[in-house]
Design a protein around this ligand. Structure first.
Ligand code: NAP
Length: 333
């Protein structure tokens, strides 16, 4: 089969279409005929080598972090899925493999696709949806009546995070440019700050939680708008030593370097009395089943910005890398 392989760390030319053997479903795995796959910033950050110190891949490797498709076969011990099921997954971080006609995926990471979605829309849901769910539900523990700030609401993660926070009963404030304002309002954001004109820290105060998607100054500023004791969860800042140890088994050298690099942000959080943490999302079949249920009940809408044909993955990444996507960018087989 022809698959998009990451051949080395580097620019867009480091990913190329190559002939590789079709995978087979090993024990506990599901063989999926891929119908669509999502493009994510993490895919190009990994390709560029930005994660190399904590997350070293064995190259060349079939790229791609999330997919939707149809079960083509199941390995020994798999009882939850059968041939013909429509499924979706955020695949294993070390194995990847979504940018190919077939992928063998650990059944524990696979969910049943929402019945109401087509393959393209479903393919953009796993990574961003699980990230938002884990940040808001598991890390932040958002409860009804909370006021939650989400920076960068118009992108892949933000469009889902706004809706999930609203579903949890929160009132949401977010930042977006005028290009994204109507979209984030339609998803339930009560307050929208045009980040190109105004600093959100000048207008918001006493929030119960912050979910930071943009990092940098936005992350420090988010501490200033929170109540003392509130939680701030970032996916846009620097990982903390605990994250890289737990998620990638990083050694003491990398942990120490990150501890030093993150000292300032931790100090700022402490000064404001904010409970700050970084999150690496985790693939999860049960999490996907919950997201699918919310979609089918009409509580969660997917927002797909652009769909490219499989052969145009480089064009898809060129678009995503501009940083202005509204919702998700996906490829379709
Ligand atoms: N740690 C994890 O596990 C994890 C998981 C998923 C994602 N992430 C990270 O989370 C971040 C967001 O991911 P994503 O997929 O949502 O990105 P994305 O879809 O590429 O985000 C693009 C959107 O961000 C908006 N934007 C850009 N700069 C902004 C700013 N300063 N303030 C407010 N909005 C801004 C853009 O709007 P305009 O063009 O209209 O300005 C655009 O709509 C990325 O850094 C990604 O790597 C981490």
């Amino acid at each position: 089969m022809q698959a998009y392989m990451m051949t080395r760390y580097g620019d867009a030319s480091a990913m190329e279409l190559r002939d590789v053997p079709e995978p087979v479903a090993g024990d506990g795995e599901v063989l999926i005929r891929v119908r669509a796959a999502g493009l994510n910033r993490i895919d190009y950050k990994v390709r560029q080598g930005a994660m190399r110190l904590v997350h070293r891949l064995t190259l060349p490797q079939v790229a791609g972090s999330e997919l939707s498709g149809v079960v083509e076969g199941v390995g020994a011990g798999v009882t939850r899925f059968a041939v013909g099921d429509r499924v979706f997954a955020r695949v294993d971080k070390k194995k990847l493999g979504a940018y190919a006609p077939y992928a063998a995926v650990d059944a524990a990471l696979v969910g049943r696709m929402p019945k109401s979605l087509n393959f393209a829309d479903a393919a953009g849901l796993p990574l961003a949806g699980l990230t938002a769910l884990q940040a808001l539900r598991d890390e932040q523990g958002v409860t009804a009546g909370d006021r939650v700030f989400i920076s960068g609401g118009a992108g892949g993660v933000g469009t889902l995070a706004i809706q999930l926070a609203v579903w949890m009963g929160a009132e949401v404030a977010t930042t977006a440019s005028p290009r994204g304002e109507a979209l984030v309002r339609s998803l339930g954001a009560a307050t929208v700050i045009n980040y190109q004109k105004q600093k959100f820290r000048d207008v918001l105060s006493d929030y119960d939680g912050a979910f930071d998607l943009t990092g940098g100054q936005d992350l420090s500023d988010s501490f200033a708008i929170l109540k003392r004791g509130a939680k701030a969860v970032s996916i846009g800042g620097l990982p903390e030593p605990a994250n890289v140890r737990a998620d990638f088994g990083a050694g003491p050298l990398v942990s120490t370097a990150l501890w030093v690099a993150g000292a300032k942000i931790r100090r700022q959080a402490r000064k404001r009395g904010v409970d700050y943490r970084f999150l690496f999302m985790h693939p999860s079949g049960p999490g996907l089943d919950l997201l699918a249920d919310l979609v089918d009940k009409g509580e969660l809408k997917t927002v797909t910005d652009r769909v490219f044909p499989f052969e145009q993955i480089p064009e898809g990444f060129a678009y995503l890398e501009q940083g202005h996507a509204k919702g998700k960018v996906v490829i379709q087989m």
